[in-house]
Design a protein around this ligand. Structure first.
Ligand code: IMP
Ligand code: MG
Length: 169
């Protein structure tokens, strides 16, 4: 769906916008494991401001392709968010269930600001109202892998974004 070059160019553009929007401040990136790790690294390298990082792991998908609606925190942040410009980095927003839970949870931790950045957005599937501040690509309702995204934990390391074709037997 998206070549490595297309993704990298887009990430450079988003990083430039973030660097402009937060000029004179620092940003605290929250990488939502595991899918966002590749995007977070590439983005962080291109932001020209002081950057700090923290990691959180939540699950809403099992090994299938449907969001369960139940969000569980598998690993919480190491640092408090008080007074920080928090920027949540997601790989993809699908139903939005994971994110609406997460944004509310993080918002209650007293950050100076709280914004959301996603590499991919599948708005067709949204069931909750979510404000996305930085979007890489709006994509159609297809199940994609690569650049951090998995199918049953595989294919995260593909350097591009590809569509999974499910073959009926
Ligand atoms: P949501 O709660 O439905 O928005 O689910 C978001 C999470 O589902 C993402 O962080 C991904 O882990 C996973 N997900 C949603 N769509 C895809 C996809 O097309 N490929 C791989 N993972 C996906
Ligand atoms: Mg994920």
């Amino acid at each position: 769906m998206l070549t490595e070059q297309e993704v990298n160019e887009k990430i450079a553009q988003i990083a430039a916008r973030i660097s402009e929007d937060y000029a004179g401040e620092s940003v605290h990136l929250i990488c939502v494991l595991k899918g966002s790790m590749f995007f977070t690294c590439e983005l962080a390298k291109r932001i020209t401001l002081p950057v700090t990082l923290d990691f959180m792991s939540v699950s809403s998908y099992g090994n299938g392709t449907e969001s369960s609606g139940n969000v569980r925190i598998n690993k919480d942040l190491d640092e408090p968010l008080d007074g920080k410009n928090v920027l949540v980095i997601e790989d993809i927003i699908d139903s939005g269930r994971t994110l609406s839970y997460l944004m509310e949870n993080l918002g209650s931790r007293n950050p100076k600001s709280l914004r959301l950045c996603t590499l991919l957005d599948k708005p067709d599937r949204r069931v909750t109202d979510i404000q996305v501040d930085y979007t890489g690509f709006v994509i159609p309702d297809e199940f994609v892998v690569g650049y951090g995204l998995d199918y049953a934990q595989k294919y995260r390391n593909l350097p591009f974004v590809g569509v999974v074709e499910f073959i009926e037997e």
